[in-house]
Structures are given as C-alpha cells and as structure tokens.
Design a protein around this ligand. Structure first.
Ligand SMILES: C[S@@+](CC[C@H](N)C(=O)[O-])C[C@H]1O[C@@H](n2cnc3c(N)ncnc32)[C@H](O)[C@@H]1O
Ligand code: SF4
Ligand code: SF4
Length: 442
C-alpha cells in the first residue's frame, strides 16, 4: 500500500509514531484521539477505527496492523479503517513531534466593540445593557475616532459598532466611523435593532462601506418577538432587511436570542419554517446566527446552562442547516494551535463613557478616554496569561484542554461530563464540515 499526500508516503513496513500522550474517546460511534503535547486530534468514523488505532499504538507495522485487523473485521473493512487513520494522520499531522505553533498568546487582540451610546428607541426585556436613555457622560465624536486609530495601531482588524442603538446617536456619526475604519483597512460590523433603517439610511450605510450588519430578532413571528422587543418590531425588521437587500451589498445577519418561556419553544417548533421563509424572501442573503447563552438583563436572568445552550444550538442547526456550530469551531480549532483560553482579551468593548471591558458582562479594565488603548491591552494580556487552561484546576490534566480552551474566565464553572462530551461531538461535526467544504473562506 502506498499513499502519497503532502509528499509523505507509507509502505507496508511503515510504523506510525503516535504521540505517547494520545488519549482515546468514543462518542456516538466515532473514535476521537487527542494529544495535548502536539495540540492535535483525529476523528475516526470507521467502526474498526478504534481497534486499528490500538494496533498502531503498539508500534506494529502497517502490514501487521492489516493482518491483525483482517482476522477480526475482514480484508475490506481492515483496509478502509487503516486508510482512514492514515488520511487523518496526514491531515491533522497526528504524529509524535509534530510542530506546535509558536504563537502561544491566549488571545491575539483582534476586535473592538464600540458601544457608542446607551440611547435606544426600544426597551427589550432581555437588554443586558439596560439601554434606553443616553448617558450624561457619553464621549464626543473625536474620542471615538481617536480610539479607532489606536485600535488600528495595535493591529486591530475588526470594528463593531453597537450600543444601545447606534443609529440613535446619528446616522452621520455612524457612517463617519465606518468610513474611518475602512480607510484604516479594517472590517466593519454594525449591530442594530433594525427599526431605524429607512431607504436613505440603508443607502448611506452601503456607501460608507459597511461590511456586515447584524439585526436582532428574538422570535420567528410577531407574537413571540414583539413580547420581547416591542410592538411592531418584527414587521419593521423584515422591512429593514428587504431595504438593505435591495439597496446594498452588505452581508446581513439576523441575530436570534431564544428567550425561555417567550420565544424558545416557538423557535424550536417553527424556526425551520421561518428560516425557509427568509430564504424564499431574501434569496439566501440573510445568515442566521443564534445566541448560545443569556446574560443578566432587564427582565431576564443569566443562563448559560448546558440544557439551554443545547436547545439554542438545536435551533441554530435547524434554522441554518446542520453543523453550523461546528462551522464556528472550524476557524478556532486548528491542528497544532493551542487554544489557551476562552478568548478573554481577544475583544475589547468600549462603553459610551470610555470604560473598557474585556467581554460583555466582564469587569471594567480601564478607560479609553483617559488611558491609551495600548496600556489597557497590555494589562489584559497579562491578565489573560494568568488564566490559561494550564492553570485552571480540572482542565490542567484534561486531554481536550488545548481544543476546548477551558471555561469562561468571567463566570468559571466546573466541567461536567456533558461538556467534555459536547467538545467531542463538536470535533466529530467539525471534521465532517472540514471535508465537506473548502476551509480557506473561514
Ligand atoms: C445590546 S444589543 C445592541 C445593538 C442593538 N440595539 C440590537 O438590539 O441589536 C446587542 C445584542 O445583544 C443582544 N442581547 C441583549 N440582551 C441580551 C442578553 N441578556 N443576553 C444575551 N444577549 C443579549 C441583543 O439581542 C443584540 O443582538
Ligand atoms: S437589546 Fe438593543 S434594541 Fe433592545 S433595548 Fe437593548 S440596545 Fe435597545
Ligand atoms: S472545560 Fe472541561 S473539557 Fe474543557 S479543558 Fe476543562 S476539563 Fe477539559
């Protein structure tokens, strides 16, 4: 048997030098092998995969493995299972001594979220920012433009403009901020409730160069959505999407936050139908993104329990097609790259008065009005390094640690078996996606 991929070849006399710390798990019939020392994994779907892996771990040649497996599974299955293992070894670099990427910083700084106002024309019962009234201490335009420049100087790549409702601060300011970010070569994303987008606003956002717009909607029909976001909001959002589709080429996202007792059940039962309706109406221009946890809000309580997260994921999967959560994992699970933390420090959020948080709901770590952004980012990097999976008790010895990245830094929780199981299932799903579509656009 000779197999040439990436200029590697195997002969029947070859042995595969599997990492000594290879841990093997079985999940939904698939075998997942994971090695912390090289931060790599393999997924074997063939029923004889586990046995083949055990034989290889014993240091046998491929010929010896084939002979032993043939006696147990027959020639065809033995060969198919071995071919799958070899393909995975090559694709994931699953061999002792494979390189681990030298960039071990837990959170390369990428994104800034500018919460440019606390003013909002809605009073959603979920709102974790308790938005409504403009704050007295809101910073002037020139401060926001200075922060944008500093973000770019620090290597920032993405600018999110949010609030409150950013369009309540004024279309002109929002478009200027987008224009400046584009001039600095950054990607721009606007988060909006979608109720203030008339024809002219849609066109202006398009002209300013906005890359992506995320509009919130929490239920699949006016009945469930408007109890959360306000009367008439569902229809206004659909009209806004229609205008944005017609007048611009902006990437459109619908952000859905399932709310227990109000929209969760409706999304579980009618989400698919609603997604089909959106596809028919907007020809696939609108991507659905379902939130996977709830922060403490105006009239709701924090909930990131696994059952709630799994319901949200089920909604995401039925509304946007299978394995979309794995699609999210695809870009962060890179063989050989150690995921050292939950992502703490990768995104900065700036409040209307300049207060800076490392993530939504996290503590204030500085003020961008009074301190240079680079000083705040350095503080954060130090804080992030003190909280990596290698330091967290319970994660430190877990074979999945560099894939999982550990628990939330702001609200750490003990890891139940279900969470480990969830990581394994997502690895299997991610593998399916990895081979189903090109990965360069991730
Ligand atoms: C605070 S809003 C600001 C932008 C805009 N006003 C909007 O509603 O999209 C940003 C996002 O946070 C979400 N959100 C609000 N309350 C939340 C909560 N308690 N937990 C999680 N997400 C929440 C909203 O649904 C929205 O998608
Ligand atoms: S979630 Fe958005 S639209 Fe709703 S009250 Fe908060 S800021 Fe306003
Ligand atoms: S959170 Fe759980 S699965 Fe993740 S690294 Fe920690 S112990 Fe392992």
């Amino acid at each position: 048997m000779t197999n040439h991929v990436d200029e590697r070849s195997f002969s029947l006399q070859s042995r595969i030098d599997l990492p000594r710390d290879t841990a093997v798990f079985i999940t939904n019939g698939a075998t997942v092998a994971c090695s912390p020392s090289i931060a790599r994994w393999m997924v074997l779907t063939h029923p004889a995969g586990r046995n083949t892996l055990d034989l290889l771990k014993q240091g046998r040649t491929l010929e010896e493995v084939l002979q032993a497996a043939t006696a147990k599974f027959g020639q065809e299955d033995a060969r198919a299972a071995l071919e799958e293992v070899l393909a995975e070894v090559l694709d994931k670099g699953f061999e002792a001594g494979s390189p681990v990427q030298p960039d071990l910083t837990p959170s390369p700084y990428v994104t800034i979220s500018l919460n440019v106002t606390n003013a909002c024309n809605l009073r959603c019962i979920t709102c974790y920012r308790f938005s409504g009234q403009r704050d007295d201490q809101e910073m002037g335009d020139e401060n926001w433009f200075r922060i944008l420049q500093q973000h770019s100087n620090m290597g920032g790549k993405v600018v999110k403009i949010a609030g409150g409702e950013p369009l309540c601060r004024g279309r002109e300011f929002v478009c200027q901020a987008i224009g400046q970010a584009k001039t600095l070569g950054m990607k721009t994303l606007l988060l909006s409730n979608g109720t203030l987008i008339d024809e002219e606003t849609a066109k202006e956002l398009g002209r300013a160069g906005l890359d992506r717009m995320q509009i919130s909607l929490d239920g699949p029909d006016p009945r469930s959505n408007d109890r959360i976001r306000g009367k008439g909001v569902f229809d206004k959002v659909i009209t806004a999407l229609e205008r944005l589709c017609r007048c611009t080429a902006i990437d459109l996202y619908l952000a859905i936050l399932p709310v227990p007792d109000l929209s969760l059940d409706a999304l579980l039962t009618r989400g698919r139908e609603f997604a089909d309706q959106l596809r028919d109406q907007f020809g696939g221009r609108v991507t659905i993104s379902v939130s996977q946890g709830m922060l403490e809000g105006r009239e709701v309580h924090h909930d990131e329990s696994l059952p709630f997260v799994l319901s949200c994921r089920q909604i995401q999967n039925t509304m946007a097609g299978p394995d979309t959560t794995a699609g999210h994992d695809l870009w962060q699970w890179e063989p050989g790259r150690r995921n050292l933390s939950c992502g703490y420090g990768r995104t900065l959020g700036v409040d209307p008065d300049g207060s800076v948080r490392a993530c939504a709901g996290g503590e204030v770590v500085g003020n961008a009005q009074h301190e240079p952004l680079d000083a705040i980012i350095r503080k954060l990097e130090t804080a992030a390094l003190a909280y990596t999976v290698d330091q967290v008790e319970g994660c430190r010895e877990c074979a999945l640690r560099y894939i999982c990245g550990g628990p939330c830094r702001v609200r750490p929780e003990a890891c139940p078996d279900e969470r480990k199981q969830d990581v394994l299932e997502r690895l299997v799903a991610t593998n399916r996606l990895r081979y189903d579509r090109p990965t360069d656009g991730r």
